[in-house]
Design a protein around this ligand. Structure first.
Ligand SMILES: Cc1cc2nc3c(=O)[nH]c(=O)nc-3n(C[C@H](O)[C@H](O)[C@H](O)COP(=O)(O)O)c2cc1C
Length: 262
């Protein structure tokens, strides 16, 4: 599980609730670096196993059409700098532009693995590897920051080919059933994450609802594996999926019209 830093429960409390869970901490870059460093030390002390640095959102630069608001009573207990004000805008205003220099700095100040969340191109994936990151996380923030960004599943293959096994690759965005999980694993992701499906489960039936969502995805993944003759996750390979263009090349649309209506 990756804990967002924009959450209302102190990260230490989350740690205590799931002492044996596999927990990573999401972070945004803030300046001055002394504030960021204090935050990193807090994350380390709480026993989180990796830092997921989100790079696809910078200070209040959003071009989407969601009217998302946190409740007025929301307390920003996990952000690196004290919050002035109290709206989501006040917090996002504190997120600074992140540079490769920041990534190098982060790598130097902590032994925790650094994963870059928000990579969508092979060029950035190559740069991320060169800057020594431990994981490349293909994400478009759930399409919530910039309308029109590519679907992550379409970006994945080029990123996988650029990384060439030099670090792990993860993906989120639009995972809605077990077959989506299967497709991402087939194209080279080591793991996928979900955002909204977990929230929908939570809103519907609390923690049991989240568990149900995970169970449904697992069952569907297993069914997809069974129906494609795969018994181990590590055996899901690119040969099990084709792009839509494969069918377009096989059956050009004018061939149908010639045969049936010609
Ligand atoms: C309500 C909401 C809040 C989010 N907050 C953060 C955040 O604080 N940090 C972050 O890196 N991503 C955040 N995201 C993006 C998710 O981490 C994730 O990339 C995205 O939801 C995946 O797409 P999906 O919802 O289609 O699964 C948020 C998404 C939602 C829906």
């Amino acid at each position: 599980m990756i804990l967002s830093e924009v959450t209302g429960t102190p990260l230490e409390e989350v740690d205590r609730a799931v002492p044996h869970g596999h927990r990573w901490m999401q972070a945004y870059m803030v300046k001055p670096r002394s504030d960021m460093l204090r935050h990193i030390r807090r994350v380390e002390a709480a026993g989180y196993k990796a830092i997921v640095l989100t790079i696809d959102e910078v200070a209040l630069r959003r071009i989407t059409y969601s009217n998302f608001e946190y409740p007025a009573s929301f307390d920003y207990v996990n952000v690196p700098r004290p919050v002035i004000g109290g709206s989501v805008g006040d917090v996002e205003n504190q997120i600074d532009t992140v540079t490769w220099d920041d990534v190098d700095w982060l790598k130097n100040v902590t032994r925790l693995p650094i994963i870059l969340k928000g990579i969508l191109t092979p060029e950035d994936a190559e740069l991320a590897v060169r800057h020594g990151v431990d994981g490349v996380y293909v994400s478009n923030h759930g399409g919530r920051t910039l309308d029109g960004t590519t679907a992550t599943i379409n970006a994945l293959w080029d990123v996988v080919r650029a990384v060439k096994g030099r670090c792990e690759i993860y993906l989120d965005g639009g995972i809605r059933n077990g077959r989506d999980v299967y497709t991402a694993l087939a194209l080279g992701a080591q793991a996928v994450f979900i955002g909204r499906p977990a929230i929908y489960g939570l809103a519907t039936n609390g923690s049991q609802g989240v568990q149900d969502v995970l169970d449904i995805l697992t069952n569907e993944l297993e069914s997809t594996m069974a129906l494609t003759g795969v018994t181990r996750v590590c055996d899901i390979s690119p040969s099990y999926v084709v792009k839509q263009s494969y069918y377009e090349n096989q059956f050009p649309s004018n061939r149908f019209s010639a045969k049936f209506f010609g």
